[in-house]
Design a protein around this ligand. Structure first.
Ligand code: MN
Ligand code: MN
Length: 466
């Protein structure tokens, strides 16, 4: 039997704030929706391991939802559903609303579709001691030792001497071979294990095993290299020099899987940041709001949002400006009243590494998508610190739509830090705040998220666009 609450306890419950685990407050229908939504996400993950593939899958989903391609200078009208592809590596999906752009602005969600990985060098192929390898240069912030002794797939494109572009994707089909980066056996690992974690495996040791069988010709010196070159030539029409104009990446070969007896978690490569990109995309595709809604799925976040496919490129503001022009609106006025969620993952509190977190301001798994008012490091440096007014506005949107969500910082003060694309959007004079899914083991070959947080993120986007 429960005792009657004291006056003080009642008052406390009324005034105090506590995070809620989404599962504990979700109705039976909502629990089902949480699990159903995760199925589509897992399929997306398995088909979109690089930014090029994510872009391609997003375009296909957009087309299926009745969206058509937009090019600079095209005409636009209310209700138009469009996608804009940037060099095959980033994509912007948008729907023109009925509200006046200059008065209402854009409702933007920006997330990224590149993920940490191991890129193949431009002159990579060599044979040594019975093995043939590809040399690599890793992409993004990784713990190098985590990328050894796991099955790897090769994804990417090669532009051949004749200008033809061929696609390579080996290691995803169960019938495919996979690739491998080796590590040292513990029996001989004493010297290695005495090193710091950053040096256990060094960058130039991340060489990918791609062959071991000598070509059947006594006269040839590099027989295994020739075996590999011969296969590449027969399958893709390429020769060694073509690696120069290739973008090939080694990524984990395993698919997304449910984790735990209750299946409430998902383990996968590249949750960062597809766990935000997929909800952003589906929220726009399923949108019926009167606002002009935009999802930007961009490239190069993991290496500083540089280049003409990264968030710092002019192409994104050019596109927004172009949309304004097509609608007869001033971009200057429109962006000033626009609102943006910079949607990227954050660190979930990890009880096995509690010392780097400050629990009160940590993202707790399954407590919903997470707002980071600021990111950055060493005194918020390098961060977009959102205005309290805008945070209040977004908070009200979530409240009125019953979104279960939370706020956090990435780790305890001075433990480290990180950044997102938020500041580049804010620099355009758009109100922006970070919101995204908490991740455990971020940037590892296999990351972990909660299905509740994934669905909460989607619900938050729908609320934001209403
Ligand atoms: Mn990210
Ligand atoms: Mn990242």
């Amino acid at each position: 039997m429960s005792e009657k609450k004291s006056k003080g306890q009642e008052r406390y419950d009324e005034l105090a704030y506590e995070k809620k685990n989404y599962f504990t407050v979700a109705s039976k229908e909502e629990r089902k929706a949480i699990f159903d939504y995760a199925e589509g996400y897992k399929t997306f993950l398995d088909n979109a391991k690089t930014e090029r593939e994510a872009c391609e899958v997003a375009v296909k989903m957009a087309k299926d939802a009745g969206f058509t391609e937009y090019k600079f200078g095209d005409k636009l009208g209310a209700g138009d559903k469009k996608y804009f592809v940037n060099r095959g590596k980033s994509v912007v999906v948008f729907r023109v609303g009925t509200k006046n752009l200059e008065e209402d602005g854009f409702r933007l969600i920006a997330s990224h579709i590149d993920a940490p990985r191991v890129d193949i060098k431009q002159n990579p192929l060599y044979e040594e001691a019975g093995l043939c390898f590809l040399k690599t240069h890793y992409y993004g912030g990784i713990k190098k030792y985590q990328w050894t002794t796991i099955p790897l797939a090769l994804h990417g494109v090669v532009v051949l001497k004749n200008g033809k572009k061929v696609e390579i994707k080996v290691g995803e089909d169960p019938a495919d071979p996979v690739f491998y980066i080796d590590d040292l056996l513990p029996h001989l690992g004493a010297e290695q294990m005495a090193k710091g974690g950053a040096k256990i495996i060094e960058g130039e040791q991340l060489n990918v095993v791609v062959g071991s069988m000598p070509y059947d010709d006594e006269k040839v010196e590099k027989k295994i290299k020739l075996t590999v070159l011969n296969i590449l030539n027969e399958k893709y029409g390429m020769c060694e020099e073509d690696f120069i104009s290739a973008e090939l990446s080694a990524v984990p070969a395993y698919p997304a899987r449910d984790i735990g007896f209750d299946r409430a978690l998902i383990g996968a490569y590249g949750h960062d940041d597809r766990v935000c990109a997929y909800p952003a995309l589906t929220a726009v595709l399923n949108n019926e709001s009167e606002h002009t809604v935009v999802a930007m799925l961009v490239d190069k976040e993991e290496i500083g949002s540089e280049g003409n496919t990264g968030m710092q490129s002019r192409i994104y503001s050019d596109l927004l400006e172009d949309i304004c022009e097509a609608m007869g609106a001033s971009f200057r006025k429109t962006r000033y009243v626009s609102k943006c969620l910079s949607s990227d993952v954050t660190a979930a509190y990890d009880p096995n590494f509690a010392s780097v977190y400050e629990r009160m301001n940590s993202a707790m798994l399954a407590c919903g998508t997470c707002m980071n008012k600021f990111t950055g490091a060493r005194g918020k440096s390098g961060s977009n610190d959102a205005n309290a007014e805008f945070v209040g506005e977004v908070r009200a949107m979530f409240e009125s739509d019953g979104v279960v969500w939370q706020t956090a910082e990435l780790g305890k003060v001075d433990a480290g830090g990180g950044g997102t694309v938020a500041k580049y959007l804010a620099n355009l004079n758009i109100d922006t705040v970070d919101l995204g899914v908490p991740v455990i083991s971020m940037h590892a070959p296999w990351e972990l998220i909660s299905k509740a947080d994934l669905y909460s993120n989607y619900r938050a986007f729908i609320a934001f666009m209403k």
